[in-house]
Every structure is written in structure tokens, then in C-alpha cells.
Design a protein around this ligand. Structure first.
Ligand code: ATP
Ligand code: MG
Length: 280
């Protein structure tokens, strides 16, 4: 850690996330090399809400895993708040598409797990857990087991568990897939509320353009492991139907759709994601 980042506890002097010429190449069983992230450079400031869109198999999850520190880049550097990422850390919380609750722990113990492992005293822990359970609307279910919750409630519990750790950077990989419209709307509200309180930085991968338009302050379109297009949306949240159909949002919608359609056409012509993504 540098002296400046020590002097500033919130690391506001540094970008929340920085990728400098990051490449990730996998070697397949056949020996063939596959470049999932390709010389990608990106700076994200603290408090940004970044939504990442792009065709399947084009490097979105790999990008998240690199920032999370679950995998190492083949080339280039990943930094969070000015420090090089060398592995996972409590400054970064991750929500995957799959359930991330411990099935053998009650809801409240799931939410308090990260705090407990960091040695936060019991009374303080209970207060924080109660606060987040209230925010996600699960106070009544504090003592319930995950299997006693609906899919949307489990997702809310998982979000509370990650937010209770107050990570500076939140990485969410298609977190609301398969939920109905109403549950998604509730979770969007919860997420926006938590984000606007904590002013943390969010990376949110989705295949749903409308979801991205409702949430993002910046949209990135990732194709072949590169950022092919980016758009900013400086509109307050929550964004109602009128805001989402405004000329400003429509312009972004069309531009992103064009980019995605062009990428899909390339994929079709090349005969699949491997042909499009393979290199080196
Ligand atoms: N551990 C791995 N070993 C080998 N190849 C991998 C590995 N992880 C990802 N890949 C490859 O890297 C490419 C990008 O995968 P990635 O999971 O990042 O795509 P994605 O954009 O998240 O796709 P989706 O939208 O389907 O989730 C794919 O071709 C995939 O096969
Ligand atoms: Mg993925």
C-alpha cells in the first residue's frame, strides 16, 4: 500500500478499479490457446455503477474473476484503489448467478458470516446483520434456513450478506437471472438503495439491456475480450418508465443494440464463439 492510500482511508485518490493492458489467455485441453480478455484497459472511479454487456463467451466473467482476484492475468495489471490485485480480499464482494448462501447456516448467520470471520464483536455484528436484513426485507426470516426461502428471497439474503461486509467494490455476475419481473424490480430497488448509501463501486454483468439501462452510470459492451463500446447515463435512480423511454436513454439503447447485433453477426459468420475469441 502506498503512503497516499494509507492517508486516505477511503482510497478516494485512486480509481476504484484499474485494468492496464490486461490479457487472459487460457490453454485448452487440445493445446489450443484462447484469449478471453484481450489487452483491456479500463479505469473505474469510486461510486460508479458499471454494467457489462456482451455476447456469451466473450470474456465478461473472466473480467470479473480477474478483478475479484480468483484468477491472474497472463499480461498486464489489475489494481483496486491503487494496489495491485494479488488474490481475493474483503474489499471486493462477489455475487454469482448461482446461490452463494451456506445451506447449513440460518439466514442471519449467513449475513453475519463475513463479519464474524473478520472478528467483528457479537453485539456490533448483530446490529449490522439486523440493519441489512431490514433493508432487504428479511427481518422475519432471520432464523430461517435458506431452503425455506424463495429464489428471490435467497438472492436478497445473498445481497445482504455481501453488503454487510461493506466491500468497496461489488462484483455481480448475472445476479438476477431467472427471477420474475416483480422480484427483479424489488432487487433493483434494494441494490440502488444500498449502493447510494454506501457509495461503493459496482460491476454488474447482465444480458438484459433494459436492466443495464435502469441501473448503470456507465455501460460497457465487451466483445472478444475488449471494450468495444461504452456509454454514460447521468440520470438519477430509480429510473421510472418515462425516464427509460427518454431520448437520452433511447440513444444509448440503440447504440448498444447496434454494437451487440454487429458482434452477433461476426460470431455467426465466424461459426461460433471460439472462432471469434480464439487468437495467438
Ligand atoms: N478456466 C477456463 N479455462 C479455459 N477456458 C476458459 C476458462 N474460463 C473461461 N474460458 C473461456 O474464455 C472465454 C470467455 O469466457 P467467459 O466465461 O469470460 O465468458 P462470458 O462473457 O462470461 O460468457 P457468458 O455470457 O456465457 O457468461 C470462453 O471462450 C470460455 O470458454
Ligand atoms: Mg459469464
Amino acid at each position: 500500500m502506498t503512503p497516499e492510500s494509507q492517508a486516505d482511508p477511503h482510497h478516494r485518490l485512486y480509481p476504484a478499479v484499474e485494468l492496464r493492458g490486461v490479457t487472459k489467455t487460457f490453454t485448452l485441453a487440445s493445446g489450443e490457446k484462447l484469449t478471453a480478455v484481450n489487452d483491456l484497459t479500463l479505469t473505474v472511479e469510486p461510486g460508479e455503477f458499471v454494467c457489462v454487456l456482451g455476447p456469451s463467451g466473450h470474456g465478461k466473467s473472466t473480467l470479473m474473476n480477474l478483478i475479484a482476484g480468483f484468477i491472474e492475468p497472463t499480461g498486464g495489471e489489475v489494481l483496486t484503489h491503487g494496489d495491485r490485485v494479488t488474490g481475493p480480499g474483503p474489499d471486493r464482494g462477489v455475487i454469482f448467478q448461482r446461490d452463494t448462501l451456506f445451506l447449513w447456516k440460518r439466514v442471519a448467520d449467513n449475513v453475519g458470516y463475513g463479519l464474524k470471520s473478520r472478528g467483528v464483536p457479537k453485539a456490533e455484528r448483530e446490529e449490522i446483520v439486523a440493519r441489512y436484513l431490514d433493508i432487504v426485507g428479511l427481518t422475519r426470516f432471520a432464523k430461517a434456513w435458506p431452503k425455506q426461502l424463495s429464489g428471490g428471497m435467497r438472492r436478497r439474503a445473498a445481497i445482504a450478506a455481501v453488503f454487510a461486509n461493506e466491500p468497496d467494490v461489488l462484483l455481480m455476475d448475472e445476479p438476477f437471472v431467472g427471477l420474475d419481473f416483480a422480484r427483479r424490480a424489488v432487487l433493483h430497488q434494494v441494490l440502488i438503495e444500498l449502493w447510494s448509501r454506501a457509495n461503493n463501486t459496482i460491476f454488474f454483468v447482465t444480458h438484459d439491456l433494459d436492466e443495464a439501462l435502469a441501473l448503470a452510470s456507465r455501460i460497457l459492451v465487451v466483445v472478444n475480450g475488449k471494450v468495444m463500446h461504452e456509454a454514460r447515463l447521468d440520470l438519477p435512480r430509480p429510473r421510472d418508465a418515462e425516464a427509460l423511454l427518454s431520448p437520452e436513454v433511447n440513444a444509448v439503447r440503440l447504440a448498444v443494440l447496434e454494437e451487440l447485433e454487429a458482434a452477433m453477426a461476426d460470431v455467426d459468420e465466424a461459426g461460433g464463439q471460439f472462432a471469434a475469441a480464439a487468437s495467438a
